[in-house]
Each structure stands twice: as structure tokens, then as C-alpha cells.
Design a binder for this molecule. Structure first.
Ligand SMILES: [Zn+2]
Length: 305
């Protein structure tokens, strides 16, 4: 030990050390540093959807070169391929979104360098009418009594959030249809008021459906949830890949189990009037990354991919 200490203390060791530090410093100064010039920036362009966006809108962001990641409001976009990403606006967003992204210069096919180039875009969102102007739900008092349970609902909210946040291994080509060919009794985004005065926006679309009507999978998917919930009644959630889910509520019967893989058009359950309902119907939802999106608008976007 002492000999080692002696050696380290010698003048010659210190000399080599200073030479080494000096060499590193000289290298740092003379290595050409990489700079993102205006010319490089101009080679990257990003194509956004038409603005303003609507609350609950699903959209595709395209780039002429590749980009690695983009995110907004704490959510990451879903890459469809290197140049195309999927993103959505929350139903409750009514001002603007700031989209942050990162181009990949390595795969941008210009040259190779580890540094990436960032972009920031402001996306205007259409102003939405205040939610407390909604129609009052005419819930039978027996139904309201059964579903007006705050603590239970709070727990279920966490449970379903976890379903949407989990990662699944499933990817199929998107082919879409409505889960039922029937009259639409209530569209996405309409505002509603509960008997206790609480208001919200309708997170899906309602189809007229007498109890026992066949409900089919809107697209090929993986069954990730089928349980009874206080508000949504007997509900099924399917995963379709790229953080896209569909949800079917108020069912009377389940025809699938968790982990089943279904094809588009397969019967997954029978419609009913379970949960918080005025009467029998099917409530159908399209969800991206936990955000409810307009099934009608979203399906148009997804079918064009
Ligand atoms: Zn509904």
C-alpha cells in the first residue's frame, strides 16, 4: 500500500497526468462541433392537421423526414411508422396544445450525427361551449340510487385508467365498422348534467339497441377488460394496437373473456341496460391513450391509415 502511495506521489506520475489532461483539452477545442444551421432546419418539415382542432379529435402528424418522438400535455404520440405519428385532443381541452417533437437526424437520411433537432408547434383547439349547459339525464331513481357511489367510482376510475396505460402485444391492420347498425340516439361530445348537478361531456356515442342485441367488435382486437362497473355497467374493452381501444358499455351479457383475440365483426356481447342508464342502449367509445375521442371522426382517420 505504502509503495503505491509513494509511486502516485512521484513527480513523473503527475507529469503524465498533466500531459493527459492537456491532450484532452486540445482535442475538445479542435474537434469540429456540430451545429444545426438554418439550412438543416429547412430540410425538416412537419405536416399538421387542419387547425383549429376539435376537443376529442384524433389526428396524424406527418414529417418529410423521420422523427423519433413527439409529445403534448404529458402524452407521447403513437408512431405508426417513422414519419407518421398518431395523437389526440382531450375532450376537455379547449384552448391550445403545444406539440414538442424531436426529429431524428440519424434516420433523416441527410447525414449521421448523434444530435437531434427539436421542434415546437402550437395547435389551436376550438372553443367548446361550457359543459354545464347540458341536458339533464332522466335517470330512474332506482338507477341513480345504485350508481351514486363516489368511493366505488373513484376506485373503478383508477382500475380502468390502468387498463389503458398497460402495454399490450397486439397489432393488426386497422379495419373498422360500427359495433351495431342502428339509429344513433346521442352523439359524442354533447354536454350532460347528472341529478346531483355535476356536468360532463358525453365520451362516446349511443346506439339504439333493445336488450339482447348482438354487439360486434369494431375492429380486430385483444380483449383486455370485461367486468361490471358502477357507471358503465357490464363493459368490454378491446385493444387494437397503437394505443387505440374501443369500449362497449351497459351490456347484458359477455361473449368473450379476457385475453381472447377477436376479429372484426365477431359478437363480443349482448346489449343491455346495466350501469347508469336511462334505458337500454349501447354506449360505444373510441379511446386513444386513455383519451376519449370521437368515434365518427376517429374512425375516418384510422380507416385512411
Ligand atoms: Zn353514452
Amino acid at each position: 500500500m505504502n509503495r503505491l502511495k509513494q509511486y502516485l506521489d512521484t513527480f513523473s506520475f503527475r507529469k503524465y497526468f498533466y500531459v493527459f489532461v492537456g491532450a484532452v483539452a486540445v482535442l475538445c477545442v479542435f474537434t469540429p462541433s456540430f451545429q444545426i444551421t438554418e439550412e438543416i432546419k429547412n430540410q425538416f418539415s412537419i405536416q399538421l392537421p387542419q387547425l383549429p382542432l376539435s376537443p376529442g379529435e384524433l389526428f396524424v402528424i406527418k414529417s418529410n423526414k423521420g422523427f423519433l418522438t413527439a409529445y403534448s400535455e404529458g402524452k407521447k404520440t403513437s408512431p405508426l411508422n417513422f414519419q407518421k405519428h398518431l395523437f389526440a385532443v382531450s375532450l376537455y381541452q379547449d384552448t391550445a396544445l403545444t406539440l414538442h417533437g424531436q426529429f431524428d437526424l440519424k434516420k433523416g437520411h441527410i447525414f449521421s450525427h448523434p444530435k437531434d433537432y427539436y421542434f415546437i408547434k402550437n395547435l389551436k383547439v376550438k372553443y367548446k361551449n361550457k359543459k354545464n349547459k347540458g341536458n339533464k339525464l332522466r335517470l330512474p331513481s332506482s338507477v341513480w340510487k345504485k350508481v351514486n357511489k363516489k368511493e366505488k367510482m373513484a376506485l373503478e376510475k383508477i382500475k380502468i385508467k390502468n387498463v389503458f396505460n398497460k402495454e399490450y402485444k397486439f397489432d393488426a391492420k386497422f379495419q373498422w365498422q360500427h359495433p351495431l347498425n342502428s339509429y344513433i340516439v346521442s352523439r359524442f361530445g354533447t354536454s350532460r348534467t347528472l341529478p346531483n348537478g355535476r356536468s360532463y361531456f358525453h365520451s362516446g356515442m349511443d346506439f339504439r339497441a333493445p336488450v339482447g342485441t348482438n354487439i360486434v367488435a369494431a375492429a380486430p382486437g385483444l380483449v383486455v377488460f370485461n367486468e361490471h362497473m358502477t357507471v358503465s355497467g357490464n363493459s368490454i374493452v378491446l385493444y387494437h394496437g397503437h394505443q387505440i381501444f374501443t369500449r362497449y358499455m351497459h351490456l347484458s351479457e359477455f361473449k368473450v373473456a379476457n385475453g381472447d383475440i377477436v376479429n372484426q365483426g365477431d359478437v363480443i356481447g349482448l346489449s343491455g341496460q346495466t350501469g347508469r342508464v336511462e334505458g337500454p342502449h349501447l354506449h360505444y367509445e373510441l379511446i386513444w391513450n386513455g383519451l376519449s375521442i370521437s368515434p365518427e371522426q376517429g374512425l375516418k382517420v384510422l380507416s385512411q391509415l
